[in-house]
Design a protein around this ligand. Structure first.
Ligand code: FE2
Length: 388
């Protein structure tokens, strides 16, 4: 029996995604997400305190790293790396100067980094880093990287012969300050914003170079408000573990949030990281109490309409709607189930990267039914920033 029709995949409905996907690039999952930031020590404190990430590994002057400092934080399956330059003559500093704090590397866990690199380069990828073997007393890791949109990179990480904390060169990071986790489990999807009329170029790039398939699309007729619009296509790898929606701005009466992102990030880049929880009420209440700011709560009419929206698909809400409303959590439904989601405000001074917290109750979509309410909320923020 081929992997494509195994009972487990059929059970999850992934056979739909498999159709047309190619397996020259088997991906086991997201390995880590690396941010280039102005001050990694302070950023690490923020992600620990506010999001409940745990101290995991460190590299810097004390470990023999002379040009950068990197803090690795972990929460369940999520691993983020916060990296800063230690001198002015650094590509990390240049990246921060141009984009502000943002995601540089979306690393993908593979069984064979050399083959991942060769197969994608052969299909037109631009090289960031040739296959490189790093070793220490815990074994070896092979990494290789290619550019995706803007200056963002996909790094292939092969760690089957490694038993260390993170990567060679890193030490275990023991800290006396360990705020509790907030229930974040894994990365559900990561969204990229690309320039005007570039969405289809990048859709084709993910299809041709990475073997991904486009399994959902939203156009500007579905995603718009009175003022602005966007278009979005969701790309997935063959086993459905990696999902990258790609947005481009669309013409509207005023400046869309995608355009605002592109202006302030000064180019394409990662717009949001969606992290899954299995108790969104608890997670969001916790995050709010730690100072995370979310987009404003939709109006009461939105919550009044929720039961009807779920009934239309024969689903019953298991959570207390009063609690969802009090926390500003939004609900969307499709044939397969529903989902609960909420978006933070941008996490930097530039209105660029933000986080989404998501709990899936069977639905495999991305909250298209919430886009209008969401954008109106974002536009209220843009209005305050004078960027609408
Ligand atoms: Fe999302």
């Amino acid at each position: 029996m081929s992997e494509k029709t195994s009972p487990k995949n059929v059970e999850y409905g992934l056979e739909k995604i498999f159709e047309g996907a190619q397996d020259f690039l088997p991906l086991l999952g997201t390995d880590y997400v690396e941010f280039y930031v102005g001050n990694a020590k302070q950023a690490a404190h923020f992600y620990k305190t506010a999001f409940g990430f745990q101290s995991h590994a460190y590299a810097g002057l004390e470990t023999g790293m002379r040009d950068r400092a990197s803090y690795v934080l972990k929460q369940d399956k999520i691993r983020i790396v916060l990296t800063t330059a230690l001198n002015s003559d650094s590509p990390i500093g240049e990246h921060v100067k141009k984009h502000g704090d943002g995601v540089k590397i979306v690393a993908l866990w593979v069984d064979n980094a050399r083959s991942a690199y060769e197969e994608t380069i052969k299909r037109g990828a631009k090289s960031y880093m040739e296959p490189t073997v790093e070793t220490d007393e815990h074994g070896e890791v092979v990494r290789a990287g290619i550019y995706t949109y803007g200056e963002t990179v996909h790094m292939f990480v092969e760690r089957k012969n490694y038993k260390g904390e993170f990567l060679p060169g890193y030490q275990k990071w023991e800290s006396d300050y360990n705020p509790a986790p907030t229930g974040l489990k894994f990365i559900d999807h990561m969204v990229g914003n690309v320039g005007w009329n570039e969405m289809n170029t990048w859709v084709k790039w993910y299809e041709d170079v990475m073997g991904f398939v486009n399994f959902l699309s939203f156009d500007d007729k579905q995603i718009h408000t009175e003022y602005s619009a966007l278009m979005s296509k969701v790309m997935s790898n063959g086993n459905g573990r990696i999902k990258f929606p790609i947005n481009e701005p669309a013409e509207g009466k005023k400046r869309s949030q995608i355009e605002e992102y592109l202006d302030f990030y000064e180019g394409p880049g990662v717009q949001h990281i969606a992290v899954a929880t299995d108790d969104i009420i608890k997670t969001v209440a916790d995050l709010r109490s730690r100072g995370i700011e979310f987009l404003s709560t939709p109006p009461e009419e939105y919550y009044k309409a929720v039961p009807l929206r779920l009934e239309a698909h024969n689903h019953e809400l298991q959570e207390d709607i009063e609690k969802l409303m009090a926390l500003g959590i939004m609900i969307d439904a499709d044939e397969e189930g529903y989902l609960l989601q909420i978006f933070t405000k941008p996490l930097e001074d530039r209105p660029t990267l933000f986080f989404e917290i998501i709990q899936r109750m069977g639905a495999r979509g991305f909250g298209a039914g919430n886009f209008k309410a969401l954008f109106e909320s974002i536009e209220r923020e843009q209005e305050k920033r004078g960027t609408l």
